[in-house]
Write a protein that binds this ligand. Structure first.
Ligand code: UGA
Length: 331
């Protein structure tokens, strides 16, 4: 089996490549602008790496789509701060670059495993979010926070239309706040350019204040990366039966407030670090933390019955373990 992973050095890409390469007979083609997370793979004869930007390597990308059985485009900006500071960049990379890839997959009749996002559900109040039933609810257009959600939503719809009209074979998966080693870098997270857990970890390590946006009452369901990768492997191995399916990949049991996340993290830091944290926990409004183009999501719990039923999958890592393993990797 030949698999093309675009964004192979990223958080999901490197973890997935490391698991896939273990299976005999698997060849991975990977593209990324960086390679610090995949150094161990570079000498493997079943791993072919191209360093570069997806936007600047059309020929390479097209020719490797032609050669591959499974295409996994993981190239996207997925940090909320950038949705607000550079929405055009988000649109160009997340939407335009991926649209091109989807079209090539259709043209060459290739299976695409596409990362949708938990963000497509937006501010929906439909309880546990269901792939086929929940409404997708976003805010007004000047709130550019939603450019990521809507770009991904439109790509989901485009893929589904290609499936209906041009027989494109696909599976969509929606990660719900996956966390783990190599999620962001501490340097980038330090600038607010990361996800909440890495931003908090980088503040802990640098003894800077930890910010709870809107007092941290909003909730997320955090999912450990190994559980996510386990689900992706099951999808890839059973892809012929999973054409046109959509899967929420998340852990509804790990649904907590951001305040509670900071409490658990501080406790784990006390246990695992020899150094005492000298910063403070402060609260800021979403406007002062992200700017006026931001809007928060108060709750986001996945319905994972589809993944349980069709993949025989369920998440195994509880919250404390997931947070502790992530923290330790950065320490
Ligand atoms: C994320 C990102 O959009 C993507 O990574 C991804 O598609 C998706 O969710 C996902 O992983 O499922 P979000 O959960 O809002 O969106 O992003 P985080 O940066 O992880 O923030 C979570 C919550 O923590 C937000 O309510 C935010 O306001 C809050 N926060 C963030 C803080 O209280 N303090 C901080 O320092 C940073």
């Amino acid at each position: 089996m030949k698999i093309l992973i675009l964004g192979v050095n990223g958080f999901i890409g490197n973890a997935l490549a490391n698991e896939l390469i273990k299976k005999r007979g698997t060849k991975i083609y990977g593209l990324d602008v960086n390679n610090q997370n995949i150094k161990n793979l570079l000498l493997n004869k079943n791993f072919v790496f191209k360093r570069g930007l997806v936007e600047k390597n059309d020929k390479w990308v097209e020719s490797h789509i032609k050669k591959s059985d499974v295409i996994i485009p993981l190239i996207a900006i997925a940090t909320p701060k950038v949705y607000v500071t550079d929405p055009l960049k988000v649109f160009q990379l997340d939407f335009e670059s991926n649209l091109k890839i989807i079209k090539w997959c259709s043209k060459y009749k290739k299976y695409i495993l596409f990362p949708s996002t938990s963000e497509v559900y937006g501010m929906s109040k439909d309880g546990k979010f269901n792939e086929y039933k929940s409404n997708l609810v976003v805010g007004p257009v000047h709130k550019s926070r939603w450019i990521y959600s809507t770009s991904k939503q439109l790509l989901d719809r485009v893929i589904i239309a290609y499936g209906e009209q041009r027989k494109l074979k696909y599976t969509l998966f929606r990660p719900f706040n996956w966390i783990g080693p190599k999620l962001d870098t501490l340097e980038r997270a330090q600038l607010g350019n990361g996800r909440v857990l890495t931003i908090m970890i980088s503040n802990l390590i640098k003894n800077k204040n930890i910010t709870l946006v809107n007092n941290g009452i909003q909730k997320r369901s955090f999912t450990y990366i190994d559980d996510g990768i386990d689900a992706l492997l099951k999808i890839i191995n059973n892809r012929n039966k999973l054409n046109k399916k959509i899967f929420n990949i998340g852990n509804p049991k790990n649904n907590i407030s951001i305040k509670k996340l900071s409490d658990i993290l501080l406790n784990e830091y006390r246990i695992n670090s020899k150094v005492e944290y000298r910063g403070k926990i402060v609260s800021k409004s979403e406007k002062s933390f992200y700017g006026s183009a931001y809007q928060d999501i108060s709750q986001r719990v996945p319905d994972i019955s589809e993944a349980k039923k069709l993949l025989g999958w369920k998440p195994k890592f509880n919250l404390r373990m997931s947070i502790a393993l992530t923290l330790k990797s950065f320490l």
